[in-house]
Design a protein around this ligand. Structure first.
Ligand SMILES: Cc1ncc(COP(=O)(O)O)c(C=O)c1O
Length: 385
């Protein structure tokens, strides 16, 4: 390893096919159809894939595409896709079990099966965005919702969750403390947890969440026929990265090179890669990148990220603002993009690599590279999560 912030994945083999083990984590089947169905929904728009030729030139790469999730459903983050689809899938499954047929999305929206669906209370732990997404999903289908927030989540994010009709409980601790409290209270009360992270015996819902995230990747496939050669994707527990890596792995031959970016204090994927198995972060996850402030990976994602991410890297706190500024005040002719601290993290990763000659060479970047970075959230009006 030439850098203490960049590490190759020794398990990533280019010839490993996307197989059954991967399909269990993120199943690409039905995603194009789901995207087509969403078009019937008035809030749905394809989010932009911006091209930034001036910045690409400055960085010495061929093309730079930024998938801009700041505009997802007017919600401000990609998370909306996961929360809404996962709530839908739980309700649809309950109706299907009772009547032996699956209801349509539209029927559930119209409250057609309230005799089955009304009894569900949804709960989740979140550093903000996922909670807002689950609250939005619960409200859409008319269900009660309780969100557990870590101590450091901003008042704006708490307000945004309450504005979607959810009850909020603050815990005296970080994201992982919120997960533990959510599990305890949900067990006591019979609530259904819509978690974006998995644990032993709890995988179906996080898989539904990731299923929803794949919609944004299918959009990229349609928007960029040539596809990227390199993909920078930020990770908290790894749900977004698994959806991006898994979907592109399944769709492209050869698959692009994947680089997973994390805050240095929340480097659970970086450490897991070094150890060769799920391993906690080396720091206390006290980062301004609230959506990425996770100390443990989502274990169900290992067969995708652990076997196909090509490099893992970290970024430092002072690297966030320059990336965010560069998106908001772009170089000549490039589009301006609104981002939050977690949103711009993948670009911050690319900037770090491009500022270091050895890292740039190691990743095989150059004038022929087509690089994709994900702006996973817009400027939600705060510096922290
Ligand atoms: C804006 C933003 N980006 C990225 C992530 C990381 O997603 P994951 O935890 O699935 O890795 C999150 C998670 O909450 C987020 O809110």
């Amino acid at each position: 390893m030439t850098h203490d912030w960049l590490a190759r994945n020794p398990r990533a083999r280019r010839d490993l096919p996307f197989g059954r083990e991967q399909q269990y984590v993120v199943n690409p089947n039905g995603v194009p159809e789901l995207l087509d169905e969403l078009k019937a929904c008035p809030a749905h728009r394809l989010t932009p894939l911006h091209s930034l030729p001036a910045l690409a030139r400055r960085l010495g790469i061929g093309q730079l595409g930024i998938k801009d999730e700041s505009q997802r459903f007017g919600f401000g983050a990609f998370k909306a896709l996961g929360g809404v689809i996962a709530v839908h899938n739980v309700l649809s499954g309950a109706v299907g079990e009772a009547y032996h047929h699956s209801p349509s999305f539209e029927d559930l929206l119209k409250g057609k099966h309230r005799e089955i669906t009304a009894r569900f209370t949804f709960a989740t732990a979140s550093s903000g965005n996922h909670g807002r997404a689950v609250a939005a999903g619960a409200r859409l289908f008319g269900n009660r919702c309780v969100i557990f927030l870590p101590k450091f989540t901003s008042a704006e994010k708490e307000e945004a969750i309450r504005a979607r009709g959810a009850e909020v409980t603050r815990v005296d601790g970080d994201y992982d403390t919120a997960v533990a409290e959510c599990r305890r209270r949900s067990d006591e009360n019979g609530w259904t947890i819509i978690s974006d992270t998995s644990w032993d015996g709890y995988e179906d819902v996080p898989r539904s969440v990731m299923y929803g995230y794949q919609v944004l990747v299918e959009e990229v496939v349609r928007q960029w026929p040539a596809g990227p050669t390199h993909v920078f994707v930020q990770a908290g527990v790894g749900g977004l990265a698994a959806a991006v890596i898994g979907y592109l792995w399944a769709r492209y031959e050869p698959r692009p090179r994947f680089i997973v970016v994390e805050p240095e204090s929340a480097d659970c994927w970086f450490q897991s890669n070094l150890a060769g198995k799920p391993t906690p972060a080396s720091g206390a996850a006290d980062t301004v990148m609230g959506g990425l402030a996770c100390r443990e990976i989502s274990p169900v994602t290992w067969p995708v990220i652990g076997l196909a991410a090509d490099w893992f890297m970290t970024i430092t706190e002072p690297e966030v603002m320059p990336a965010r500024r560069l998106l908001a005040h772009p170089l000549d002719g490039d589009p301006a993009i609104s981002s939050g601290p977690s949103g711009c993290a993948s670009l911050a990763g690319l900037l770090r690599v491009c500022a270091d000659e050895a890292a740039f060479r190691e990743l095989g970047l150059g004038p022929d590279s087509r690089v994709l970075a994900i702006n996973s959230e817009g400027n939600l009006g705060e510096g922290a999560a």
